[in-house]
Design a binder for this molecule. Sequence first.
Ligand code: ADP
Length: 157
Amino acid sequence: MTKIAVFPGSFDPFTIGHESIVKRALPLFDKIIIAIGYNSNKQDFFPLDIRKKWINDVFKNYDNVVVDCFEGLTIEFCHQVGAKYLLRGLRTAIDFEYERSIAQMNKYMAEGIESVFLLTTPAHTPVNSTVVREIIRYGGDASQFLPKEINIHDHKF
Ligand code: ADP
């Protein structure tokens, strides 16, 4: 049976922390779907199509990684794509508490789906999309926190 994992997030933008989690999870699954969750009533920093393109660029040489977008409940998306695993990264105890609650609620709602957590590699623990956005917003250079395939200067905003 094909083991499919969904790695959901806003990825606004996708960072080296996200990249590392996906690459480290590859040996565990047959296919990983990086799923960009969006809310059509909310304005994100980078447009959805740009975020999707950037992640596709990062994984262009990986046949077992696909990028998709979804709106609504993550477990519903998992059902739609036949995924039995939800992949998440854990940086800190704050991440843990937040993720624990979501994973346990998801377990009540979708018993067949297991959440799988990978601890961040130490070097990536401080990297987060919110801070990266702030650096970019104020004209700083955030390139060291982004996968090498992502060049934010390709995008005018
Ligand atoms: P969300 O809006 O769901 O928190 P994010 O795009 O911020 O989405 O993160 C998606 C997933 O990636 C989450 O599981 C988050 O904990 C994880 N993550 C974010 N940054 C890092 C990092 N630097 N190292 C490892 N995992 C990370």
